[in-house]
Every structure is written in C-alpha cells, then in structure tokens.
Design a protein around this ligand. Sequence first.
Ligand code: ATP
Ligand code: MG
Length: 137
Amino acid sequence: IERTFSIIKPDATKRNLTGKINAKFEEAGLRIVAQKRIQMTLEQAGQFYAVHKERPFYGELCEFMVSEPVVVQVLEGEGAILKNREVMGATNPADAEDGTIRKEFALSVGENSVHGSDAPETAAEEIAFFFSGLEIV
Ligand code: ATP
Ligand code: MG
C-alpha cells in the first residue's frame, strides 16, 4: 500500500474547502492517515519548493503558501500517488478534467487549491519534511 503527501493550499483553507476536498480524497479510496493545520514559514516554503527556485513564479509561490494556514496530510491507498494526482487534476484548472479538485475549486494556476507528490521519492521526502513516523496512523 502506497502513501503520498498532500497540501490543502491557502486559497482553499481560506474558503473553508478542507472538508469538501477531503471528501474527494475519501471517495477516491484514499485514506487520510495523518493531517494537521499549520502556518508555514517562508523558510519552510522556500525549502519545500526548492526544485522550483529558478522558475519565475518561485517568489510568488512561496509568498502564497504562507499567506494563510495550510493543511498538510498523508494519504494512503493502492497507487496513492497517481490516484491523488488524478483526483487533483491538471496544475492549471483550465486544463483540469471535470470532477477534479482543481476543476471545481482552483482559482488559477498558482492558487490551485492542492499539492500532491509526483513520485515515490518525492512522496517519502515530503512526508518526512512535515511528519514524524509516530504521527502517521
Ligand atoms: P504541485 O507540485 O503543487 O502538486 P504540480 O506538480 O501540478 O503541482 P508544478 O509544476 O510542480 O505543478 O508547480 C508547483 C506549483 O507551482 C503549482 O501547483 C502552482 O501552485 C505553482 N505554479 C506552477 N506553474 C505556475 C505558473 N506558471 N504561475 C504561477 N504559479 C505556478
Ligand atoms: Mg509538482
């Protein structure tokens, strides 16, 4: 059974969409095995998105991620990484399939409501960045 890391981003927590987004995960067969609401620091956001450091939107992305609290979570299920990315939909909501989280809730390519790990290595790294083993049950 696979685990992936997820963030409900500031645009979504601000609009009180945490429960609706979690319902999408659960309906898709993903189990929320760890979850906490945190205020990310600019340093954490910068480190978390370090792979995008050279991209033009890096600064804006980091500022956005600290603009409101976020909900960080670990999702578990068969093929959880891919399944979660299917439920999220395309990065740009204009390209996202009907029924996906980003199609229904995202405001723009930047304020796109959720993050999900893209591969087993990044999932393991991202889970360890925010959670200790004891917090995942
Ligand atoms: P995530 O990594 O958040 O799950 P993703 O893998 O679909 O999303 P990435 O290409 O890894 O997308 O980009 C990371 C995040 O950076 C996006 O989710 C989005 O919030 C932001 N982003 C990506 N492209 C742009 C852009 N052109 N303008 C503004 N923000 C962007
Ligand atoms: Mg990504």
